[in-house]
Ligand binder design. Structure first.
Ligand code: ATP
Ligand code: MG
Length: 430
């Protein structure tokens, strides 16, 4: 029979990979908590309308990347392609937004029907952070400082750069869009097919075009920075000054526009050269109109999302994960015949005394020499060898052999009463 396989672009994350994921997730969790952000969780399915109204009808995500379907009741639903819209929906629905300040974060899978390649998948994971009720730019700086601290903690700081842009208000972009359209209409024959289609619907997306001939045309096109209104310019100047004060390096990239319509004012990306084409590991910005656009009362917002797969790839490729992260077992218990019950009881008492120690008991019996081979393969740093002693009553354990599994392949023997204090000395953090 033909075996059923996973869906293209949707990955299994295997036990040899999960330690790096856990390391990343727990580091992020520690950092966001250090800034007093609170976790929010929402479903993976939402009404399709939520994403159309927020991300925008004429965006790649809504036009061609969503997994949408009618449920048995005829309602059109979509697997979430991103988290900000869901977060706004959930927070507003439960009265967390109006006249309040909220600092929220979330993590989980997102779904986009894209062409799978390194760093780009159809199910991928984001960790997102959103702040509501603050007009900034101080809160914008806080979010950037949080990300900078995270790169520092993960050892990725030398490998990422921060790019910023002011994309103005929605009205600024409409005016700019008209000017851009007028300019591009004069060159319509020279545009690629995708850009021709976008000319009427969303001319700003043409700036993103990867087609060289289209990019060449754009050299003389109007630029967004000439259209952004004065208050967004002031916001952006204050923001960049605060970043300088905080010693955060950045580049202003006037071509940086995001693929989601709800952004306004300040947008940013953290980019790496370590991953090839899929270099953006974290992206976000302000979305002051979004809550109102989704039917809530006007509430300013700012946030970002990072791509977990891309960060994991970076951690793996740059080899910045502490070696201890991949070690999943500390102590392996090898058990002589007839001693299983006592060995398990002993392991339980160690777990009670040392809750953070990771103990693997051998199951399935067999020769001690074979068990010790498994002990080596487990990655444990020591094996406890339990065998009944010659001369003592069958089944009694008084002394335990400690076999060191590292380079110093020593053996030592401790009495059962001293075992826990011996282990505490060997594993002071457990
Ligand atoms: P890109 O330009 O790489 O397509 P994007 O602008 O579509 O990214 P956002 O929607 O802002 O990305 O999502 C934030 C982050 O989520 C990205 O910077 C990236 O790290 C990650 N991400 C987005 N799409 C994917 C995907 N299909 N597979 C893996 N990670 C992704
Ligand atoms: Mg994309």
């Amino acid at each position: 029979m033909k075996k059923i396989q996973a869906i293209r672009g949707m990955n299994d994350i295997l036990p040899n990979e999960t330690p790096v994921w856990q390391y990343l997730e727990s580091t992020v969790q520690r950092v966001v908590q250090a800034y007093a952000y609170q976790e929010i969780r929402f479903p993976v399915l939402e009404q399709t309308q939520l994403f159309k109204r927020s991300i925008g009808e004429v965006t790649d995500i809504v036009e061609k990347e969503m997994y949408s379907f009618d449920d048995r009741n005829g309602e059109n639903l979509s697997l979430r392609p991103e988290g900000t819209a869901c977060c706004v929906r959930a927070a507003d629905e439960h009265g967390l937004l109006y006249n309040q300040q909220q600092r929220l974060w979330y993590k989980g899978p997102m779904f986009r029907y894209e062409r799978p390649q390194k760093g780009r998948y159809r199910q991928f994971h984001q960790i997102g952070v959103e702040a509501f009720g603050m007009t900034g730019p101080d809160i914008d700086v806080e979010l950037i400082l949080l990300t900078a601290r995270l790169w520092q903690e993960l050892g990725l700081q030398p490998h990422v750069r921060l790019e910023l842009n002011n994309i103005g208000t929605a009205a600024d972009r409409r005016q700019f869009g008209e000017a851009l359209m007028t300019f591009l209409q004069k060159h319509e024959d020279e545009l690629d097919a995708d850009s021709k289609r976008r000319l009427q619907s969303n001319p700003l997306r043409i700036l993103d075009s990867k087609v060289p001939s289209t990019q060449a045309l754009l050299v003389d096109a109007p630029v967004l920075s000439d259209f952004v209104s004065a208050d967004t310019v002031e916001h952006f100047e204050q923001l960049t000054q605060m970043l300088r004060d905080a010693n955060i390096d950045f580049i202003v990239n006037p071509k940086l526009v995001r693929g989601l319509d709800y952004y306004n004012n300040m947008v940013f990306e953290w980019i790496t050269d370590a991953l090839g084409a899929q270099g953006t590991v974290c992206a976000g910005g302000r979305y002051d109109g979004l809550v109102e656009q989704l039917g809530g009362r006007a509430t300013p917002g700012v946030g970002f999302a990072m791509g977990v797969e891309r960060l994991v790839l970076m951690l793996e490729e740059l080899n910045t994960v502490p070696t201890t992260v991949k070690q999943q077992v500390d102590v392996f218990v090898a058990i002589g015949s007839g001693l299983t019950g006592q060995a398990m009881a002993l392991a339980e008492s160690i777990r009670t005394a040392m809750p953070a120690l990771r103990i693997q008991c051998h199951c399935g019996g067999g020769k001690l020499s074979n068990q010790l081979k498994r002990a080596f393969n487990s990655g444990a740093s020591i094996a406890l060898v339990l065998e009944s002693e010659l001369g003592s009553a069958a089944g009694a354990i008084n002394d335990i052999k400690i076999r060191h599994l590292g380079e110093d392949a020593r053996n030592e023997t401790v009495s059962i009463n001293e075992l826990v204090s011996k282990l505490q000395a060997l594993f002071p953090n457990a």
